[in-house]
Design a protein around this ligand. Structure first.
Ligand SMILES: NC(=O)c1ccc[n+]([C@@H]2O[C@H](COP(=O)([O-])OP(=O)(O)OC[C@H]3O[C@@H](n4cnc5c(N)ncnc54)[C@H](OP(=O)(O)O)[C@@H]3O)[C@@H](O)[C@H]2O)c1
Length: 197
């Protein structure tokens, strides 16, 4: 049996990605600031393999997907010992006022990495609108492209492998500090819906 993937968040992106994980046989734990019982409808809609938990419980998984608002990143740090976990960063750096946050020239995932100390951060699942992301990755005679960036080669390989198992094409751009800027919001690859033929 495949290992559970923890998801911090239970909204549009969490549900879109969870749907693909479940289809490929990865159990998921969705979480939010609400009591897990409040996610019951979401869990039922997602079907077998999905459970609700607290963010602390979701953060126990070896692979944790961040699908929460940028303004909530500071809640992550005390959830668990993040060292050596793989953290998939699907966030975009919007403020609650829908402006881009000032990153002082850093890549958004470098900022995220500060909140999950010691984790291997891989940026992925952030470039497509949720309604596009949730659709069948086999499209127009090819596979939908998902970009990934990160500094740990093994973690990136693991996430690229999962992405391919889900039916997408994983395109590794490079490092967090430099190339992840291409895929973060405001970068040239954000929102591009590409099909590899
Ligand atoms: N929507 C898109 O098309 C899209 C595309 C690419 C990337 N993104 C990025 O993905 C992230 C999620 O976006 P979304 O559209 O899925 O947002 P959303 O639908 O508003 O969902 C956000 C989820 O996070 C939960 N949440 C908020 N604060 C939390 C906390 N401190 N701990 C745990 N869970 C928390 C919310 O539940 P509670 O409020 O009940 O806690 C909710 O379930 C954002 O960073 C966004 O920029 C979105």
């Amino acid at each position: 049996m495949k290992k559970s993937i923890g998801i911090i968040g239970a909204g549009n992106i969490a549900k879109a990605v969870a749907k693909h994980f479940l289809k490929a046989g990865y159990p998921v734990i969705l979480s939010s600031r609400k009591e897990p019982a409040a996610l019951q409808n979401t869990i039922e809609l997602l079907g077998k393999g999905a459970i609700a938990g607290t963010p602390k419980e979701a953060a126990q998984a070896n692979v944790v997907l961040l699908a929460l608002p940028w303004s909530q990143l500071s809640s992550l740090t005390t959830l668990t010992d993040w060292r050596q976990k793989i953290v998939i960063d699907a966030t975009n750096h919007f403020t609650p006022e829908h402006q881009l946050a000032d990153l002082n020239g850093r890549a958004s995932s470098e900022v995220v990495a500060d909140y999950v100390p010691g984790a291997y951060v891989v940026k992925a699942f952030n470039t497509l609108y949720a309604n596009v992301l949730q659709a069948d990755p086999q499209d127009a005679g090819g596979k939908r492209v998902l970009f990934i960036s990160g500094d740990n080669v093994s973690a990136k390989k693991a996430i690229a492998n999962i992405i391919e198992v889900l039916g997408f094409s994983a395109v590794d751009l490079g490092s967090l500090a430099i190339e992840s800027k291409l895929q973060q919001i405001g970068g040239p690859l954000a929102v591009l819906n590409l099909i590899e033929k």
